[in-house]
Design a protein around this ligand. Structure first.
Ligand code: SAH
Length: 233
């Protein structure tokens, strides 16, 4: 079975968007992954086709109705043999990281709910066993861009999408470290040279240099990652 994302959104035309291009787009065309997008409005209620309503308890904005979103999620799950995971993009969720991306890419896929307005009725999150996932500590106007970001990160890990799979092993976070600096031609540019060791052809020394650079960068820029790594290794 190919990895599948079932997107629920009020703006289905936002998909595949940027993921229709480059490696993800080619992978989609070749069947390396699969995307279905449902318009939440297809599950709207009454002759006004409402999907949202004002919050109980008062306050600004609108809340997406559980009697719209519940059936939308159920339909997405019913349309898939093996996908059981339901993700809702939300600033309250677990912040996505490479470990989460990798774990998700190892499974069969997910239903992904893109919120709008102030968010969704709490009951739908509880009854449908929804996992809340955040793109970061800031507020987007909708979940669609978070979904596109997560899909981009997942899809490039799938077999048949990224040509050079070795590059996946080396990049930032692969081993809990930020990546070392890169250099390419020309060897001298604006008077600046390339670190000697990289031109030496000495593979062991190059490996050592890169590891040391990765460690220094991580210590300096991301103390949180460095401390976590020290605990795990
Ligand atoms: N009132 C909410 C924000 C709603 S923003 C709060 O204060 O927490 C509208 C929608 O955008 C949300 O339902 C969610 O689906 C999406 N969204 C906003 N910020 C996000 C983030 N950092 N990560 C993932 N999704 C986000």
């Amino acid at each position: 079975m190919v990895w599948t994302a079932h997107i629920l959104s009020l703006f289905p035309e936002m998909f595949p968007g940027p993921l229709g291009h480059s490696l993800a787009g080619k992978g989609l065309e070749d069947g390396a992954w699969n995307l279905t997008v449902r318009d939440i409005r297809d599950f709207a209620i009454g002759k006004h086709r409402n999907v949202d309503d004002s919050p109980f308890g008062g306050g600004a904005g609108m809340v997406m109705r559980p009697d719209v979103l519940g059936p939308a999620i159920d339909a997405a799950l019913a349309g898939s043999d093996n996908v059981t995971r339901v993700i809702y993009f939300s600033p309250r969720g677990r912040v996505m990281d490479q470990a989460f991306v990798r774990e998700l890419s190892d499974g069969p896929g997910a239903v992904m709910v893109c919120g709008r307005f102030e968010g969704v009725d709490q009951r739908v999150l509880e009854t449908r066993n929804v996992e809340e996932v955040s793109l970061g500590d800031f507020i987007l106007s909708g979940g669609e861009i978070a979904a596109l970001a997560l899909l981009d990160a997942v899809v490039r890990l799938l077999p048949g999408v990224t040509g050079n799979r070795e590059s996946l092993e080396e990049e930032s976070f692969a081993d809990g470290l930020l990546e070392y600096p890169h250099y390419t031609r020309p060897p001298v540019w604006e008077g600046r040279t390339v670190p000697e060791v990289l031109l030496s052809g000495h593979h062991e020394k190059i490996k050592e240099w890169r590891l040391r650079q990765s460690e220094e960068l991580t210590k300096e820029r991301r103390r949180d990652l460095w401390d976590r790594r020290k605990r795990n290794f």
